[in-house]
Design a protein around this ligand. Structure first.
Ligand code: RIB
Ligand code: CA
Length: 315
């Protein structure tokens, strides 16, 4: 069993990823930390508690950052046109949900849980990287105590999805993402280069829901608004960005990757752009030198990933 803390901004594709982590037999989901992004942190935390309750998830939710790592940064508006006003496809989530809410802020929950489980925890981060960067700022030693960090974010050899240069999770807090990419821990980056290839059709989701019962029926209801939005970009279906990062934890063989040091541009017209210096390539001295080598995914067996998601949710 792999111990996972899921750092998330639910968020429609986040909801699918959460259900995958909850249902996969090889994953022990030990915490859910929330962050602003697809909606305010009040809303993403309420949504995490809602999903926790609806799906009978025992892991606690810890509320995280409500602003960027550098508080002077101008905030990005909530993408209500993708995830709905309620962050979950306008299904009518109750305003207040009681649930298993940890009293600690997310970054402290991360630090204390990592320290209590040295070398065992995989962090799967699928929103802004703010909670992870805040945890590193408070306790840099945790970098050596984490098993690995798998993030959904970035765009290397493809256009961004919020600007031509940047992917939304990174653009929403570039300084935090640069802290995470350059820290001395093992990061696997799952960006738009692979996630945009991974589309679950509306029909396939309906079929999964017909087998997976009430939990997947709720997920299907949540997802319809998002699928309508993505109709402008892909054939009728759901880009499963955040689930790709979760699948990597249990099935890395479904991905191709390369290694190198990664920096995030902070400011300018390419604000939030992720750039890798490949290992073994030599350049004059640059801001990519003397940093940890990270893993960047370059291709994906999309059918294999979709089948694993289907099989896990339908079971
Ligand atoms: O760019 C895709 C990412 O942005 C996903 O994590 C999605 O939930 C949105 O926040
Ligand atoms: Ca997300």
């Amino acid at each position: 069993m792999q111990k996972v803390i899921f750092d998330t901004d639910p968020g429609v594709d986040d909801a699918m990823a959460l259900l995958f982590l909850h249902k996969h037999a090889d994953i022990d989901l030990i915490g859910i930390t929330t962050v602003f992004g697809n909606a305010s942190v009040e809303t993403t935390t309420r949504n995490a508690l809602f999903l926790q309750q609806e799906w009978g998830i025992s892991a606690p939710v810890a509320r995280g950052a409500d602003q960027t790592y550098d508080p002077a940064r101008t905030p990005v508006p909530w993408p209500t046109f993708i995830h709905g006003d309620d962050g979950l496809g306008n299904i009518g989530v109750p305003d207040h949900v009681d649930g298993n809410l940890d009293p600690r802020p997310a970054h402290r929950f991360l630090i204390e849980t990592i320290r209590a489980n040295p070398g065992e925890i995989t962090l799967v981060a699928v929103g802004r990287m703010t909670n992870l960067a805040n945890a590193l700022r408070e306790d840099p030693e945790i970098a050596g105590l984490v098993k690995s960090v798998v993030i959904m974010g970035g765009a290397f050899d493809v256009p961004g999805n919020i600007t031509p240069a940047a992917e939304a999770n990174i653009y929403g807090d570039p300084e935090a993402a640069d802290v995470v990419m350059t820290a001395p821990w093992k990061v696997v980056v799952i960006g738009l280069d692979v996630t945009m290839k991974t589309v679950m059709s509306r029909a396939a989701l309906a079929e999964t829901a017909s087998q997976g019962g009430k939990a997947v029926e709720l997920l299907s209801d949540i997802s319809q608004f998002y699928i309508d939005f993505y109709g402008k970009l892909v054939d009728d279906g759901m880009v499963v960005h955040d689930s790709c990062a979760c699948v990597y934890v249990v099935a890395p063989h479904l991905f191709e990757s390369t290694t190198g040091t990664v920096r995030v541009l902070c400011g300018g017209i390419a604000d939030g752009k992720t750039i890798m210096k490949p290992d073994g390539r030599f350049f004059p001295p640059s801001a990519w030198d003397d940093l940890p080598s990270q893993t960047v995914c370059t291709d994906i067996d999309a059918n294999g990933v979709l089948k694993l998601i289907h099989d896990t949710l339908a079971a």
